[in-house]
Design a protein around this ligand. Structure first.
Ligand code: PMV
Length: 308
């Protein structure tokens, strides 16, 4: 039997602009994870149990574009595992789906590692990341690759499309409250809408993306130095630029405001936007108060994560 686990993730800053080559920062969120177990099966075929998405089926009954089927089929062809071995695959995930926490990428990465180890063909992180990016492209149109990268390496990353992956050090521990609006919003749509804005006025949006790039650059610096209060200011600025890109929503704006009023040092939407999650930077002593205020104001769930 082989097992593998991959964490969730959040984007600290730079989402959307990252699709246009600007840098973004993302961190793993280890409180939530996807876990995969692969074992042999006496009967013929590949049986998949993924209770979180209510999937209990033989591989050959799934549509070929089913995300899980597509990971298995593509990986087995890539590794020349034909005919396919008889297997039982169990997938458990505590990462909420379609909310910007990287659930798809985490399942892909954990499944890829567990299957390749089972075949005695373990892949390097670089190979896992490259494969997961190809899978992301099948489902998300023009993804930047930030999700698969942070989930594969499970470290804070400073990510720019096409550039070597850079991890960065964290000068002083900081605390983030992640709050789920409970609204599921496909990233593909918000990315597509930003694309339309950009196509209609490239000059204007390139300038906005440059401002986001300055924020990501400065955020990396302040995190490395441990200047946490300044990180909060940068997060607020980034949220304002995301509002301009039309990827915030009344609910996200309201909860961002609630977090700030409850004492957060800064707050912003995280990920594709329109719904999904927001993040608030807090003094550790304030984490509970900010979480409670967000839940009272309608957040469906909160996760407190320490970045160190
Ligand atoms: O919604 P998420 O967390 O998967 O993040 C998407 C981030 C975007 O920058 C909006 C898109 C991308 O591919 O980078």
């Amino acid at each position: 039997m082989t097992t593998s686990s991959a964490p969730g993730k959040i984007i600290l800053c730079g989402e959307h602009a990252v699709v246009y080559g600007r840098p973004a920062l993302a961190i793993p969120v280890t409180q939530v994870h996807a876990d995969v177990q692969v074992s042999s099966r006496a009967r013929a075929g590949i049986w998949i149990d993924a209770p979180d998405v209510n999937l209990h089926a033989e591989l050959n009954t799934l549509a070929s574009d089913h995300p899980i089927a597509s990971v298995i089929n593509n990986l087995f062809f890539l590794l020349h595992a034909v005919p396919f071995p008889n297997l039982e695959i169990k997938i458990d995930s505590t990462i909420p789906v379609a909310s910007g926490l990287g659930s798809g990428a985490a399942v892909t990465v954990a499944l890829t590692r567990a299957l390749s180890s089972y075949l005695n063909h373990p892949l390097t992180d670089e190979e896992v990341n490259g494969f997961a990016y190809e899978i992301e492209k099948l489902y998300h149109g023009t993804p930047s690759g930030i999700d698969n990268t942070v989930v594969t390496y499970a470290k804070p990353v400073y990510f720019a499309k096409g550039q070597p992956i850079e991890t960065f050090k964290v000068g002083a521990l900081f605390t983030i409250v992640i709050a789920d609006t409970g609204i599921s919003a496909p990233t593909k749509e918000s990315v597509g809408d930003v694309r339309k804005l950009w196509e209609a006025d490239q000059k204007r949006w390139e300038k906005v993306f440059d401002e986001v790039a300055d924020i990501s650059f400065a955020a990396r610096r302040v995190i490395e130095e441990g200047w946490i209060t300044m990180l909060g200011v940068l997060m607020d600025e980034n949220h304002a630029l995301l509002q301009q890109m039309t990827v915030s929503s009344p609910e996200l704006d309201r909860l961002v405001e609630v977090a700030r009023k409850a004492g957060a040092l800064g707050a912003k939407l995280s990920g594709g936007g329109r719904g999904g999650n927001l993040i608030a930077l807090v003094d550790p002593k304030m984490a509970e108060d900010v979480s409670v205020s967000l839940k009272e104001a309608g957040a469906k769930n909160t996760i407190v994560t320490q970045v160190s």
